[in-house]
Design a protein around this ligand. Structure first.
Ligand code: WA2
Length: 269
């Protein structure tokens, strides 16, 4: 790309960065909304209907047919809350034992969050206790005590090993008022509906489709802790044309976290 005026180059960079941030934020929000609806689906048709109208095969079909609604998610799953006293009964009913995220039989814990339903794209997390992974566990605890959608730090996801974040919604046994206490929320928790944002490959796909993609470098950071930004997308390498850069704000809907997109030219414009 050649422009003869640095102001033109700068306004072009700003508009390209803002456009990308807007698109990413939109696709993120759409995906989060649909996972919210899935959490309500499980509550309605698994817990509030006798006999339950959802099993693994129904969940797999439904999530497969609606995957177009969640463009940035590589898969969704439901993990049921199981307390220590109920583990044996639960395992007998399921016909399998709870495993850790390292695929070993789970040692005894106060409580577990084994996956009982999963979209086929991430079927490898079936039977895994999501509380045995640090990032997933923090999400589960924060989701159930706030009642809100929460996101993890960026980290390497299971199997794909792609950089991404996990989204978690709590599922409560009964309708819970919006001013319920943390204690009431924890007591009412029956499980967690979540999904994996495969940022590394799905954001790449999104950006590839846009004009000017070859001219600019895009990095996305979790800047919740401003002194230690965490790379979420991009190489993070400090190269490209350093004299001109721009950061667009991103809002992924978790008020506990801050994200931003940083853009610069690959070469002097
Ligand atoms: N799902 C897919 N890949 C993962 C992962 C995960 N968690 N964690 C690490 N790699 C069922 O919060 C509940 C999904 C966790 C939800």
């Amino acid at each position: 790309m050649k422009v003869h005026n640095i102001n033109t180059a700068e306004s072009l960079l700003i508009s390209m960065c803002d456009e990308r941030a807007r698109m990413l934020q939109h696709q993120f929000a759409v995906s989060v909304n649909h996972v919210h609806a899935l959490a309500i689906l499980v509550s309605t048709f698994y817990y509030n209907k006798i006999p339950p109208a959802i099993n693994q095969s129904v969940f797999a079909d439904y999530t497969d047919m609606t995957s177009f609604e969640r463009p940035l998610l590589s898969g969704v799953a439901y993990a049921q809350r199981v307390v220590r006293a109920d583990r044996e009964k639960f395992e007998n009913q399921q016909g399998w034992i709870i495993k850790t995220m390292k695929k070993e039989p789970s040692p005894e814990q106060d409580e577990y969050a084994p996956v009982i339903f999963s979209q086929e794209t991430i079927s490898y997390i079936e039977a895994l206790d999501m509380m045995s992974g640090e990032e997933d566990r923090e999400n589960i605890l924060r989701a159930r005590s706030t009642g809100k959608a929460v996101l993890t730090n960026p980290f390497r996801l299971l199997e794909s090993n792609h950089l991404g974040v996990i989204l978690t919604f709590p599922v409560y046994r009964w309708r819970i008022s919006s001013d319920a206490t943390v204690d009431e929320r924890v007591k009412a928790t029956v499980g967690y509906l979540g999904g994996a944002f495969d940022v590394e490959s799905l954001v790449e796909n999104l950006l590839k489709q846009l004009a000017g993609n070859k001219d600019i470098m895009v990095n996305v950071y979790d800047v919740t802790n401003i002194s230690t930004p965490l790379i979420m997308y991009g190489s993070g390498a400090n190269d490209g044309y350093k004299l001109l850069s721009y950061a667009s704000m991103l809002d992924f809907g978790d008020p506990f976290r801050r994200h931003q997109m940083e853009c610069r030219y690959r070469q002097k414009p």
